[in-house]
Design a protein around this ligand. Structure first.
Ligand code: CU
Length: 165
C-alpha cells in the first residue's frame, strides 16, 4: 500500500522550511556554482567589425593580457548575437583556424586586422554599428571573461581577411 506520492508533501515541507520559499529561481548555491571570472585577465580594444555584405562573417579584434602569475590558455570565444565565433589567423593572405592559445604570465596577445582575429558567423539583426556586443573568452578549466565589443561597420577596402568567400 505504499504510495510514491507519499514523498511529495515531505519535499514541499522541506522547501518551505527554508524560509523565503517564494523565490525558486534564486538559490544561493547557484552563484557559487558559476565559473569565476578569470583573475588577472584583462581585455582591451574590443571591436566587432560588421561584414560589408550581409550574411558574410564579421570579425572581432581585441587584445588580451595575462596579468596573473600562472600561464592561462584561451580555449574559445563566443559573442552575443552570433551563431558561432572562431579564432583564426591570417598568414600570407590565407586564413587558418587557431587552436587554443597559451598566454604566459605577463604575456599579451593581440587580435587585429591581418593577423589573429575572431571570425564571427551569422550575426543577428540586433548587432548594429554604434552599438555593443558582449564577447566572452573561455579559458581552459572553464573560467570566463566577458567584455563589450564596440560594433563598427567595415569599409570595403578593409575586407581583407582572405577567406575568399
Ligand atoms: Cu577568419
Amino acid at each position: 500500500m505504499k504510495s510514491p506520492l507519499f514523498l511529495a508533501p515531505l519535499a514541499l515541507l522541506a522547501l518551505s522550511a527554508c524560509g523565503e520559499a517564494n523565490k525558486p529561481a534564486a538559490q544561493p548555491s547557484d552563484a557559487a556554482a558559476m565559473p569565476d571570472a578569470k583573475p588577472g585577465i584583462t581585455v582591451a580594444d574590443g571591436m566587432l567589425s560588421l561584414p560589408v555584405v550581409k550574411g558574410r562573417p564579421g570579425a572581432a579584434y581585441f587584445a588580451v593580457t595575462n596579468g596573473s602569475a600562472a600561464a592561462v590558455t584561451l580555449a574559445a570565444v563566443t559573442i552575443d548575437g552570433a551563431a558561432k565565433a572562431e579564432m583564426h589567423e591570417t598568414k600570407g593572405g590565407t586564413m587558418a583556424p587557431l587552436g587554443m592559445i597559451e598566454l604566459k604570465p605577463g604575456e599579451s596577445v593581440r587580435f587585429e586586422r591581418g593577423g589573429k582575429h575572431v571570425m564571427v558567423f551569422d550575426l543577428a539583426e540586433t548587432v548594429k554599428a554604434g552599438g555593443t556586443a558582449e564577447m566572452t573568452l573561455t579559458f581552459a578549466g572553464g573560467d570566463k571573461v566577458s567584455v563589450p565589443l564596440k560594433v563598427e561597420s567595415m569599409s570595403g577596402a578593409m575586407d581583407m581577411e582572405g577567406h575568399g568567400n
